[in-house]
Ligand binder design. Structure first.
Ligand SMILES: Cc1cc2nc3c(=O)[nH]c(=O)nc-3n(C[C@H](O)[C@H](O)[C@H](O)COP(=O)(O)OP(=O)(O)OC[C@H]3O[C@@H](n4cnc5c(N)ncnc54)[C@H](O)[C@@H]3O)c2cc1C
Length: 383
């Protein structure tokens, strides 16, 4: 039997950050089904993250990991002509294109170095309330391991259903999916994020720190375009027809692509805290990738949850409700900004992808200036 003050399920950025902040003071068990963080999409980190990383003692290590600075955003959004925004104008400075697997690995390693017990590859098979806490049955390397914990944190990401039987009501807000291609080499210029809208969705493209590039198409799962998101050849054929990304692609070397497909919908818990539990990162509030705020939110909620858990374990009955209240304005601001950004793009109002986003509460009364349309990816949605 393993005993912990806090059991955290999910050692992605949110879970690791909660663990590394709690571990110096409490017994923390960090559980993940992946032995090592895999390569995954999601690598734009806004400049504002520097303050959080510095506050948690992570900044110096971050700088040694070879992440690439991102100095500009270029968006063909709301008009065919791309608009570029230099991050020199951003008070938080430039953002980053992460080596994502390395970023996730470092956070896990710091959590372990600060005293968290890492249980990988492992996953809970059963979760029950017990006197004064939780009883988890964990499958770990083919064995069953019993765990008693005073508190449980769900850091299982966008698709997590971990705490549903215990009152966590999950609300899925759209059907966005993403098909992506990762290239070992390319002619994509470094230091710039590109976004381009098209009739059935939108694209993201960026050079990665290790000379590779990422190209991603976002559309709704039920639209015909979703078929092209599932095939590397169809993705390439589709992107070649785009006015901005098409010519860029034709100039590059795009051999040996790795392809992937994933959910990218907005989702949230009706309430991210309950009796003896908290949810953090995507498990609490999953953002549309257009926002590029998921990692910032993972760092922020991981830190906020660590503070709330520490207070809760010291007997403060208001700690968990306070945490839930902190996330409410984040969700509201995100909704307003997302509606505003999608509201800028009015070239295909008859297309279902855009019609859905211009109606049903996503319409905004006063869309941002078109020039701002290049900035959604790097503005903090919490501002
Ligand atoms: C297409 C796409 C593009 C994105 N682009 C960006 C971007 O440019 N910038 C940005 O900031 N964000 C981006 N994001 C979002 C970002 O990737 C997430 O917000 C971030 O990964 C959230 O971190 P997390 O720790 O909450 O969850 P995750 O990173 O999803 O980690 C969850 C962890 O939980 C583990 N897990 C899940 N269930 C279980 C279980 N039952 N048992 C054990 N382990 C479990 C998983 O293995 C995983 O390690 C993007 C997302 C998508 C889909």
């Amino acid at each position: 039997m393993l005993a912990a003050d806090v059991a955290i399920v999910g050692a992605g950025p949110a879970g690791s950050v909660a663990a590394l902040n709690l571990a110096p003071f409490h017994r923390v068990l960090l559980i993940d089904r992946q032995a090592v963080p895999p390569m995954r999409i999601g690598e734009s980190l806004p400049g504002a993250a520097r303050r959080l990383l510095a506050d948690m003692g992570l900044w110096d290590g971050f700088l040694t990991d070879g992440h690439a600075p991102c100095h500009a955003l270029s968006g063909a959004w709301g008009a065919a002509e791309p608009v570029e925004r230099d991050m020199l104008t951003d008070p938080d400075g430039h953002g980053w294109h992460l080596d994502r697997a390395r970023f996730d690995r470092r956070l896990r390693a710091v959590a372990a170095a600060r005293g968290a017990t890492l249980l990988v590859p492992a996953r809970p098979r059963a979760i029950q309330r017990s006197d004064g806490g939780w009883h988890l049955t964990i499958e770990h390397e083919g064995q069953t391991q019993a765990v008693e914990a005073k508190m449980l944190i769900d850091a299982g990401g966008r698709l997590s259903r971990l705490l549903q039987p215990h009152g966590a009501e999950r609300q899925t807000r759209d059907r966005l999916i993403c098909g992506w291609l990762r290239f070992a080499q390319s002619g994509m210029p470094p230091g710039i994020t590109r976004i381009e809208a098209e009739a059935e969705g939108w694209w993201y493209a960026a050079a990665l720190p290790n000379a590779g590039s990422i190209l991603a198409f976002h559309t709704d799962a039920d639209l015909p375009a979703a078929r092209s998101a599932r095939s590397a050849a169809a993705l390439l054929a589709r992107v070649r027809g785009l006015p901005v990304l098409g010519p860029l692609l034709n100039a590059g070397t795009w051999a040996g692509a790795t392809a992937g497909f994933c959910a990218a919908h907005s989702a949230r818990l009706a309430c991210p805290a309950g009796d003896g539990w908290l949810a953090i990162g995507d498990a609490a509030l999953a953002f549309d990738p257009l926002a590029s705020q998921g990692l910032f939110n993972a760092l922020y909620t991981g830190l906020a949850a660590a503070e709330a858990a520490d207070r809760h374990l010291s007997g403060d009955a208001t700690a968990l409700p306070d945490y839930a209240a902190t996330l409410r304005p984040v969700a509201e601001t995100y909704d307003a900004h997302l509606a505003a950004w999608y509201g800028v793009e009015r070239r295909w109002p008859e297309q279902p992808f855009w019609r859905r986003r211009l109606g049903a509460g996503l319409e905004c009364e006063r869309p941002p200036r078109t020039h701002d349309a290049v900035t959604p990816g790097m503005r903090r949605m919490t501002e």
